[in-house]
Design a binder for this molecule. Structure first.
Ligand SMILES: *Cc1c(COP(=O)(O)O)cnc(C)c1O
Length: 394
């Protein structure tokens, strides 16, 4: 474990969210770093452009705006250094391209974000990199799947849609024992409620699009790595030419300042609705790791310091017509992809269609909810009337 020496850690993580990536004395006293729009950086002399020994050299590589978010995210995640990409998916694919070589093998959790799977099965296969999916609940049993050429164990916690909680410390210990790296997709906890590097991860990626930006108005990704990986990672990252736009970076910097208070409200309302859902006759199962007795709760309690606003439900089996009536009746909950903004969302999903190392055997319709920052009573009323419409259509 190592930390960005430029940043200091505070006893309360909320404080670091306020101070990280800001240096008012370097910006004429203004509280926030300015948004630098820039490609060309002028060098002061022939000698400096020959040696390139300047702090900033080209807009794609580094701007003060980019640097502020990199420092802030590295501090948030507790890693050594971070790079910013134009989307969460590009953070995942760029990270994989930076760490894997032809002939390598990776182990990917069966609960991963589906487009990450598509990348492994498509482009990584074409590049001669082999993927094996594993049961997210495998724990230290991961050791049995590690081969001579295994380079990376890819985790995501909780898993997309089904919310499986992985035993990250057990997986990391088994992987490190065989010299294998461990990465996590840390989007759900936003790096705030799960400290990946303290739990054995070497690499953490996030869809900054979700809680870091927090307002559904920008796409962004982050990749954070430990100190031993930094030098090689950053030089390979540069080969790929990825850079995010300065206004989007600014929106993430702004979002990070309120991350703690937003997440607290997402957590409180999310838990209240999850608990309420448990008592509803329409609901077969609530998949929320923060709920006592729910799958993964014990590991969540051990390793996480909070829950965000995203969880899932399995409904008791009803007709497709009734499911359609439920979704079409929602007024406050919008239907759409992504999450982590201030607004509540609901989408239908079916894990049976794309899992390969595990099978999904529940019969009822699965629903993923994102609980936003609206009043929780209004959200309950909206769900209540949608359930009534579902019953009427049954
Ligand atoms: C949304 C999401 C991503 C992808 O982020 P984009 O910014 O939409 O590309 C990656 N991982 C998880 C867990 C996500 O939910």
């Amino acid at each position: 474990m190592s930390h960005n020496p430029k940043n200091s850690r505070f006893s309360n993580a909320a404080t670091a969210l306020i101070t990280s990536g800001r240096n008012p004395s370097e910006q004429f006293g203004f509280v926030n770093p300015p948004v630098y729009h820039g490609s060309t950086v002028l060098y002061p002399s022939y000698e400096t452009i020959k040696t390139k020994q300047t702090r900033y050299g080209y807009g794609r590589r580094l701007t003060p705006t980019m640097e502020a978010l990199q420092d802030s995210v590295a501090d948030l995640e507790g890693g050594y250094g971070s790079k910013i990409t134009p989307s969460g998916l590009s953070a995942i694919t760029t990270m994989l391209l930076c760490f894997l070589r032809a002939g390598d093998h990776i182990l990917v959790t069966d609960s991963t974000y589906r487009p990450a799977r598509v990348f492994c099965e498509g482009m990584l296969t074409d590049l001669g990199i082999e993927t094996t999916y594993y049961d997210p609940l495998i724990g230290d049993g991961i050791a049995d799947l590690i081969k001579e050429n295994t380079k990376l164990v890819y985790t995501e916690c909780p898993g997309s849609q089904t919310m499986d909680i992985q035993d990250i410390p057990a997986i990391a210990a088994a992987a490190h024992d065989k010299g294998v790296l461990v990465s996590i997709d840390n989007t759900w906890a936003a790096g705030h409620y799960f400290k990946a590097f303290d739990h054995g991860c070497d690499i953490s990626v996030q869809a900054g699009t979700k809680y870091l930006v927090g307002h559904s108005d920008a796409m962004l990704g982050t990749i954070t790595v430990s100190e031993p990986l930094w030098k090689d990672f950053s030089s390979r990252f540069e080969m790929l030419g990825q850079c995010a736009g300065p206004d989007d970076i600014f929106l993430a910097l702004r979002g990070i300042r309120t991350l703690d208070v937003r997440l607290e409200r997402h957590m409180k309302s999310g838990l209240e609705i999850a608990q309420w859902m448990r008592e509803r006759p329409e609901v077969l199962e609530v998949l929320h790791p923060g709920l006592a007795g729910a799958p993964g709760h014990d590991l969540w309690k051990r390793d996480f310091s909070g829950a965000s606003g995203l969880f899932s439900l399995v409904l008791n089996p009803v007709s497709e017509n009734a499911v359609a009536a439920f979704f079409n009746s929602l007024k406050l909950f919008g239907m759409g992809f992504s999450w982590g903004g201030f607004e509540s969302l609901a989408i239908p999903f079916n894990p049976a269609g794309y899992r390969s190392a595990t099978t999904w055997d529940r019969d009822g319709q699965c629903v993923r909810l994102h609980i936003g920052l609206e009043g929780v009573d209004d959200l309950k009323a909206d769900l209540d009337q949608a359930f009534a419409a579902m019953a009427a259509a049954s």
